[in-house]
Design a binder for this molecule. Structure first.
Ligand code: GDP
Ligand code: MG
Length: 166
């Protein structure tokens, strides 16, 4: 199995940390450079079960400029071209306008989307279900996977689920 996966989410939800956890330091450092080309490969994960090619999706956040509008269009096209989208959110921050904005854009593409709830090490387990409920009311996610990108909790399960969809 192999395929392209886009990792999206508001700033600071832990996208780079998750890439670090999955692939290693070098790649996530690269991904923090300003992006100018589209569909830039962020990292490649290889295992016995298959290969996952993570592509960067710059600009999938609310634009403030004309250039921002253009970047959103580019991002939208990337989301159409990949096999799977990982929508990363912050369990501690919860659902806010930034997440709502991204969800509205997800509704315009037919690519399957996983909801990846990050930073579960910062919340009580009882808070997780109400949080998940708020998100799944807004969008029909194919899978919902709580993780801690920092500590690595449940990341192997995330990888298994991704490989099932490729
Ligand atoms: P990005 O902007 O989406 O790439 O977010 P980063 O990966 O740069 O992470 C933003 C901040 O959140 C950093 O201080 C990370 O250490 C922290 N962070 C990321 N994942 C986790 C997590 O699972 N648990 C905790 N406690 N902090 C996290
Ligand atoms: Mg980052």
């Amino acid at each position: 199995r192999s395929g392209f996966v886009a990792l999206i989410g508001r700033p600071n939800v832990g996208k780079s940390t998750l890439m670090n956890q999955i692939i290693g330091h070098k790649v996530a450092i690269m991904s923090d450079k300003p992006q100018t080309t589209r569909n830039k490969i962020q990292g490649i994960y290889t295992s016995a079960e298959g290969q996952i090619i993570f592509v960067d999706t710059p600009g999938i956040h609310k634009p403030r400029t004309k250039l921002g509008d253009y970047m959103v269009n580019v991002a939208q096209n990337t989301l159409r071209e990949v096999d799977l989208i990982l929508f990363l959110v912050d369990a501690k921050e919860g659902l806010g306008p930034g997440d709502q904005w991204i969800i509205n854009h997800l509704k315009e593409v037919s690519t399957p989307v996983f909801l990846v709830i990050n930073k579960i090490d910062l919340v009580h387990p009882d808070e997780l279900l109400p949080l998940i409920t708020r998100y799944v009311e807004l969008y029909d996610f194919k899978e919902v996977i709580p993780v801690s990108a920092l500590q690595g909790n449940n990341v192997s399960r995330l990888m298994e689920q991704i490989l099932r969809y490729l």
